[in-house]
Design a protein around this ligand. Structure first.
Ligand SMILES: [Zn+2]
Length: 332
């Protein structure tokens, strides 16, 4: 029976990096396993005060890592991208609970990809998942011409792996924040998690993570071929669509800077690009506004200022879109 859970599991196991598509950050651990640690959800009884420092920590359980995954783990560890993402949250926000990011092979049953537990207190990053990303990007540098916008000095397997992992971890952090802070969503949680990855990396890191993630997801989409019913019905957008979303937010954050390299060059279609400045403004305002009640004391002044700026920008971009909309519709 092709539709049984077992058949689907076997299929997932064979598809390279299917998890980025299907399982990344989903609530359940996937095939055959119940999520562990699920009894501490937002509705569970509060823990003792002493256990609630609200710090994000990154732990590398190196003793669990298989020899074939050691290189990828060392690459990510030395880059400190996970720590950089965690540090921003620690500096800027006050969380109700600790959060542990575990790079470990000791994962709950069925976990093969980066996942966030339902209570937002644990993120698992399995070493084989990092190796899969590294392998996919090793193929990319051999077979895909470098987009002119991406620096030649970083168009290598290691840098692409680090940058795309930073974006993917941003996605997981987006899940963790939504769940710990019980943020109100106006769309799918997976979209919001991708949105947080764009919000955080575009504002705090630069264009590298969005571009590397778009390159990686484009490669995954190519390997997947025609979208299946399973892909279409996933709680994640279709892989290729996610790559365009990453590029759209990046372009929208600074259209003057990216018009030539992303739009004129054909990476972001001219039918989509005119919508991106307003889309970015809405995302940026949305995250600053959602996080505002949770700003840490030292961050509050800067955070409030950013939220105010994002509000003004959203109004300006919405007005600008209103002026262009008739023309845009006619041209599509
Ligand atoms: Zn997710």
């Amino acid at each position: 029976m092709p539709n049984t859970a077992t058949a689907r599991c076997r299929k997932k196991a064979r598809v390279v990096l299917s998890g980025v598509l299907v399982l990344t950050g989903t609530v359940m651990t996937g095939c055959g396993g119940e999520a562990h640690d699920a009894g501490q959800g937002p509705g569970a009884a509060p823990r003792p005060q002493a256990a609630r420092s609200g710090r994000v920590t990154v732990v590398y359980e190196t003793g669990t890592v298989a020899p074939e995954d050691r290189e990828a783990v060392a690459l990510i560890r030395n880059s400190r991208v996970l720590e950089r993402t965690a540090d921003w949250v620690n500096r800027s926000l006050t969380l109700p609970h600790d959060m542990v990011v575990k790079v470990t092979a000791a994962v709950p049953p069925g976990v093969t990809d980066a996942v966030t537990q339902p209570d937002g207190r644990t993120i698992f990053i399995p070493p084989p998942f990092l190796t899969e990303i590294e392998k996919a990007l090793a193929d990319v540098v051999k077979t895909v011409e470098r987009p002119a916008l991406f620096p030649a000095s970083e168009y290598n397997t290691d840098d692409l792996t680090v940058l795309s992992t930073e974006f993917i971890f941003g996605h997981e952090m987006g899940h963790a924040l939504q769940r710990q802070l019980l943020l109100a969503n106006l769309g799918l949680e997976e979209d919001a998690a991708d949105g947080y990855a764009s919000f955080y990396t575009v504002n705090e890191v630069g264009p590298g993570p969005s571009l590397a993630a778009a390159i990686l997801f484009d490669e995954i989409a190519r390997k997947e071929g025609v979208p299946t019913l399973e892909g279409m019905s996933s709680d994640h957008p279709v892989t290729q669509q996610r790559a365009y979303n990453f590029l759209c937010y990046l372009e929208g954050s600074d259209p003057k800077k990216y018009q030539r390299s992303l739009v004129d060059s054909g990476y972001l279609p001219k039918t989509r690009a005119p919508l991106c400045p307003q889309a970015w403004a809405m995302l940026d305002y949305g995250w600053w506004t959602q996080l505002r009640p949770h700003f840490s004391e030292p961050f509050k002044a800067r955070g409030d200022e950013e939220q105010k700026k994002a509000h003004a920008r959203l109004i300006a971009e919405t007005n600008a879109l209103a002026e262009r909309i008739d023309e845009l519709r006619k041209s599509q």
